[in-house]
Design a protein around this ligand. Structure first.
Ligand code: MN
Length: 743
């Protein structure tokens, strides 16, 4: 196609048109060409700070938009994105709508409105901007995609701008655009934005890390080459088709680690990473088996984001292993499609599917966005907001009807309480009961899509119950319940907060006096930016602060105030145990221990009990109550010891956790003895993947000339689930025997 009336000095877009013509998708090249010519004529005579004709910017943005796989209208909007604002004497949205259709005009409108975002690095302004963007996003996600492309090109060309402008733009990029790209799973854009922003915000730090990286790679060139070649060789042996990438970490990711963990460059532990990209999911697990066979893995570093994807759709297997000369390196394994989604995120959906269906699906998945914006200002504190932002973005939804026929979309697993708060805060606060399809139902019930839920309210209701906080699924409901307690129940909150904090203190040695407790609480309150201890108790009481935030500070304040010599009575003290036996406390771990003395419950690593196993508790010194299986060898040995006779406690599973719809996972150990065979690991990991079981670790060792031992740790719901996993594995060829636990 030839441009007929191109203004002078205008670059051609033949390259772009060529790329679009060669793509699998169909584009309206004539319309794109028209949008370009119109934008070029509007921007004629305008120049960028660099001296380039202004149109070079929209062209670059359109190219990035096209590379992202977006459609004709998005590319047109990219060409026109600055026209309404910068050429208002010559055009407006009506003209654009008449020439290019309503969709293009709507996209240009969204992009124009986002231009007046003006950010200082203040938290509030930051949230306000994110709200604005979410608003644009809730209308059409393509607005955000194009905006990110626009920002990316502005960042690439930021060098010519004045220092002050560079700083604000880079800050805004770091605080708003990069996190947004991250939330949408668009890693490639996110990483480039972060690296560019860093290079303007801390040019010295950026260059230092950059040259350190070059130096380290230079020094260990052999290590990387060697690792690559041994891994490639082995994968070839298994007949896997793969791509291997050797340099994965970005300057910013290393810089942030050094900064956050206050480490020097040489202390960065997982500096090296390789990425293996294969064709199928099955090959991912096979490749993982191969890696673990070749190198020793570091325990606790294995993550299976394939069976459990991240909320932003990211899927991959991660493991860290020790390479030659003891150098650790991370291995990421994923399929080509997962790789594409990891790089382009939600935009990849756009690319893979086509037409209205995609738009509907994505709009639908972003419905929560408009809800967030409608929420009263201030109801969602920023932490909650970001939390909801993270978990809600791609979780599946349930659609429940009100008696009037309105549809309320809720994240899957939401209860009637969530539903009530989704309708209105007051409906939640005044709820006394509910009906599902006309039948009275308990309010912790999870309604299914299509059910009609009626909330029964009463003016004389005493308000929500604290237990609701443990039941609700949505951040919206949780935050509204907290707000209610914060406002209505200060004195009660204070008592509850005090008791909670005492419970935490009881885990330490010594017996602080009331005055000492008060001193500790005040110190923690100050450190958390609160005025006095009552504010802290209140916040704990209405769940306005995570206990982990408090306990992180508790230890050192406690040690400052309570001297070690205060300690004379260990936790085995009979009196304490007696008191403990008189209480019945429900723990959050799904275990009910008769007489738990405010200690946390943990599951013994020697036997890893699962719901359904017969269990009992043992009062440890200072580490709460550990839960063992009744037939654990450690129990059998120690039960006879008279010294421990009063430390054993009866325990049983809460029926909620043993029930089939429970979602908590427990670690289960499976030991397999099998005839050594090429396909064995692949078969096992494929069976697990097929059952959607997450693999937490896998280790193999030779047993005899022909046999190997495979130790697996998997995530397991209960004993029936465990048995079903075992019987599936037992059917795999070459498996000789399976036992629970490692020997
Ligand atoms: Mn622009």
């Amino acid at each position: 196609m030839k441009a007929e009336n191109l203004p002078a000095d205008c670059p051609s877009i033949d390259n772009l048109l060529q790329v679009l013509e060669n793509s699998e998708k169909i584009f309206d090249l004539e319309k794109i060409q028209r949008a370009y010519l119109y934008a070029a004529s509007l921007h004629e005579g305008q120049f960028r700070v660099s001296g380039d004709p202004y149109i070079s910017h929209p062209i670059a943005v359109a190219e990035i938009v096209a590379a992202l796989g977006l459609d004709t209208d998005s590319i047109c909007a990219a060409f026109l994105h600055d026209t309404v604002e910068d050429c208002s004497d010559k055009t407006n949205l009506d003209i654009i709508a008449a020439r290019f259709g309503d969709e293009v005009a709507m996209l240009v409108d969204g992009l124009t409105k986002m231009n007046d975002i003006n950010v200082e690095d203040k938290e509030e302004a930051h949230m306000e901007n994110i709200r604005k963007m979410l608003f644009a996003m809730s209308k059409d996600i393509r607005v955000i995609f194009i905006k990110l492309c626009d920002r990316l090109h502005n960042m690439r060309t930021l060098g010519v701008k004045k220092e002050a402008k560079r700083r604000t733009t880079a800050l805004e990029t770091m605080h708003v655009y990069a996190p947004l790209a991250h939330r949408l799973g668009m890693q490639r854009i996110k990483q480039e934005l972060e690296n560019l922003a860093l290079s303007y915000l801390d040019p010295i730090g950026y260059n230092e890390v950059n040259s350190d990286i070059e130096r380290k790679y230079g020094l260990n060139q052999n290590f990387i080459e060697n690792t690559r070649s041994v891994v490639s060789e082995k994968l070839n042996e298994y007949g896997i088709r793969f791509t291997l990438e050797g340099r994965v970490k970005t300057v910013y990711s290393i810089y942030r680690k050094m900064f956050n963990q206050n480490k020097s460059f040489d202390e960065i532990y997982d500096f090296y990473a390789i990425r293996i990209i294969v064709d199928t999911e099955l090959e991912c697990y096979t490749a993982l088996g191969v890696i673990h066979e070749m190198f020793r893995s570091i325990p606790g570093r294995f993550k299976d984001y394939i069976s459990t994807p991240k909320p932003n759709m990211y899927q991959s297997l991660h493991t860290t292993v020790i390479g030659r000369d003891g150098i650790p390196f991370e291995v990421q394994i994923r399929t080509r499609e997962m790789h594409h989604i990891a790089e382009y995120g939600i935009a990849a959906h756009w690319k893979y599917k086509s037409g209205d269906r995609t738009k509907e699906e994505i709009d639908h998945k972003l419905e929560w966005v408009s809800k967030l914006i409608d929420a009263e200002t201030g109801v969602l504190d920023s932490e909650d907001f970001m939390h909801t932002f993270k978990i809600d973005i791609f979780s599946d939804e349930t659609f429940v009807f009100t008696p009037k026929g309105d549809v309320i979309a809720l994240p899957q697993g939401s209860t009637i309480i969530d539903f009530a708060y989704a309708i209105h805060t007051e409906v939640g606060n005044k709820m006394i009961g509910a009906k599902i399809n006309g039948m009275i139902a308990p309010i912790d019930k999870i309604p299914q899509t299509g059910e009609i839920v009626e909330i029964l309210t009463s003016q004389s209701s005493k308000g929500p119950s604290r237990d609701w906080l443990k039941i609700v699924k949505t951040g919206e409901a949780r935050s509204k319940i907290r707000q209610w307690f914060k406002k209505e129940k200060r004195s009660e909150n204070i008592l509850i907060g005090q008791a909670e904090l005492e419970k935490e203190m009881a885990k330490f040695r010594g017996h602080p006096t009331d005055a000492q407790r008060e001193e500790i609480a005040s110190a923690i309150a100050k450190r958390l930016g609160m005025k006095e201890s009552d504010d802290l108790y209140n916040a704990i009481g209405y769940n306005g602060i995570a206990m982990t935030k408090v306990t992180a500070k508790l230890k050192d304040e406690y040690e400052k105030v309570v001297k070690p010599e205060d300690d004379s009575t260990p936790i085995t003290n009979t009196e304490q145990i007696q008191t403990a036996r008189n209480r019945k406390v429900r723990s959050d771990n799904g275990v009910i221990v008769d007489g738990e003395y405010g200690c946390a419950v943990k599951f013994a690593k020697c036997c890893n009990p699962l719901p359904g196993d017969e269990i009992l508790g043992f009062i440890t010194k200072g580490f709460g109550i550990s839960i063992h299986k009744c037939d654990c060898p450690n129990v059998e040995i120690n039960k006879r010891n008279p010294e421990y006779s009063d430390r054993w406690l009866k325990a049983h599973w809460d029926h909620n956790i043993s029930s089939a719809n429970n979602k908590s996972l427990f670690e289960a150990m499976i030991q397999i003895i099998a005839e050594n065979n090429m396909m064995l690991l692949a078969d096992i990991t494929a069976a697990l993947a097929d059952m959607k079981v997450s693999l937490l670790s896998i280790n193999t060792k030779k047993r005899t000339e022909h046999d190997i031992i495979i130790n697996l740790t998997v995530g397991c719901k209960n004993i029936e689930h465990f048995n079903s996993i075992v019987s599936r594995i037992r059917n795999i060829d070459h498996v000789r025997s399976i036992v629970r636990g490692f020997t």
